[in-house]
Design a binder for this molecule. Structure first.
Ligand code: SF4
Length: 375
């Protein structure tokens, strides 16, 4: 119920090594996880924990916090302890904070090869500390901060340059027997990014963290990320994702979850099937769809709700859904599982759909409980 029976779009998943980021497995056969990053000053422990709680409520599974100063490093133990989801410390420039993050109980550490000066000398110690604590390292290469040597070699941040940077960094850790690694090679151009990840996927078996960096404001960033992640995930590439938006991080999480649901990499939850409206519409479809979406927000069950503007395609789509409305002549025909259960005046459509959705959700939950399934 709720899941459309369409053929899968997905190629066989790339076989990656599995690593453990705190309680969340990444890679192998683990479900693709959704990450985000806090925007607060990490040293402001209360604000950071508040934002982590918001992200957790939105469905975020792993959270990253920046650690640019000693004050931030000092805040990590409390944040790592109190966060409900694994915390990754994001370290640029200063290897000493890597040790602080490991000691603080962070679930993983992200380092940027282009930005860690004197890093090469410290790899042995970092590998030792990380493996001792069971903390994986993300090698996070970013087009904007590519190692100068590689920029000179390739002229710009090409896919080959990004991949070479990441694999070179991995080799430094591998020399010390450390392979508890995941990798990202981010670029703001989805085409370059997709090519970089394809190349990387073919050249190693590390789990991959997908990201289009600096993807832009919500609208543009959502589209860039959806296109790039969609292409890669459909090819079986990608083990964890982070959507980067110039918008509150909870929005990134919503977009990430929606991308996974759209590919059926996650069970779909609420899905509104609404028509674009046209000259035949006999109701304000945009308003109706917005009101129904707002009224059902947060619903956890996989419910497909059709909101259709007229009786041409309306009844057909409404019948295919768990619940639907086809509008016409100032009225709405309400369908539940293919049957018209009632016809209500236009002013009652939204509340009737919400009422019926609640009933179906309760029934789904009761059925699932009876069968010992989770929804
Ligand atoms: Fe137009 Fe009706 Fe189709 Fe909506 S359902 S797009 S109103 S024909």
């Amino acid at each position: 119920l709720g899941m459309p029976s369409v053929p899968s779009l997905l190629a066989e998943r790339r076989r990656s090594r599995q690593i453990q980021v705190g309680s969340v497995a990444v890679g192998g056969d683990a479900p693709v996880s959704v990450q985000s990053m806090t925007t607060t000053v990490t040293a402001d422990v209360n604000a950071t924990l508040r934002q982590i709680a918001e992200l957790t409520a939105a469905g975020c599974q792993i959270v990253r916090v920046a650690c640019p100063s000693q004050d931030d490093a000092d805040a990590l133990p409390v944040i790592a302890k109190k966060s409900q989801i694994p915390v990754i410390a994001d370290i640029h420039f200063q290897p000493k904070y890597v040790f602080a993050a490991i000691d603080a109980g962070c679930a993983a550490v992200r380092v940027n090869p282009g930005n860690i000066r004197q890093f090469d000398d410290k790899v042995k110690e970092i590998a030792k500390a990380a493996s001792g604590a069971g903390v994986p390292i993300r090698i996070g290469v970013n087009a904007g901060s590519l190692d100068r040597r590689l920029l000179e070699k390739y002229g710009r941040a090409t896919p080959e340059a990004l991949v070479e940077s990441a694999l070179w960094e991995c080799s430094l850790f591998e020399e010390h027997g450390f392979r508890d690694i995941k990798i990202s090679v981010k670029h703001n151009d989805p085409v370059v990014m997709v090519n970089a990840y394809r190349l990387l996927a073919a050249r190693c078996d590390y789990p991959l963290h997908l990201g289009v960096t600096e993807a832009g404001p919500a609208f543009q960033g959502t589209i860039k990320s959806a296109v790039a992640f969609g292409a890669l995930l459909a090819e079986g590439i990608g083990d964890t994702i982070r959507v980067s938006l110039s918008a509150p991080p909870a929005e990134e999480v919503k977009v990430g979850i929606q991308i996974l649901e759209s590919l059926n990499l996650r069970q779909r939850r609420l899905e509104i099937v609404s028509c674009p409206s046209c000259g035949r519409a006999q109701v304000d479809v945009y308003k109706l769809a917005d009101q129904v979406t707002a009224g059902l927000e947060g619903m956890e069950v996989p419910l497909r709700v059709a909101v259709m503007g007229c009786v041409v395609n309306g009844p057909g789509e409404a019948r295919e859904a768990d619940l639907g409305v086809a509008s016409g002549n100032g009225k709405g025909q309400i369908f539940v599982k293919g049957e018209v259960i009632k016809t209500v005046p236009e002013s009652k459509i939204v509340e009737t759909l919400i009422e019926e959705a609640m009933k179906i959700a309760e029934q789904m939950e009761a059925d699932a409980e009876k069968d010992g399934r989770s929804l």
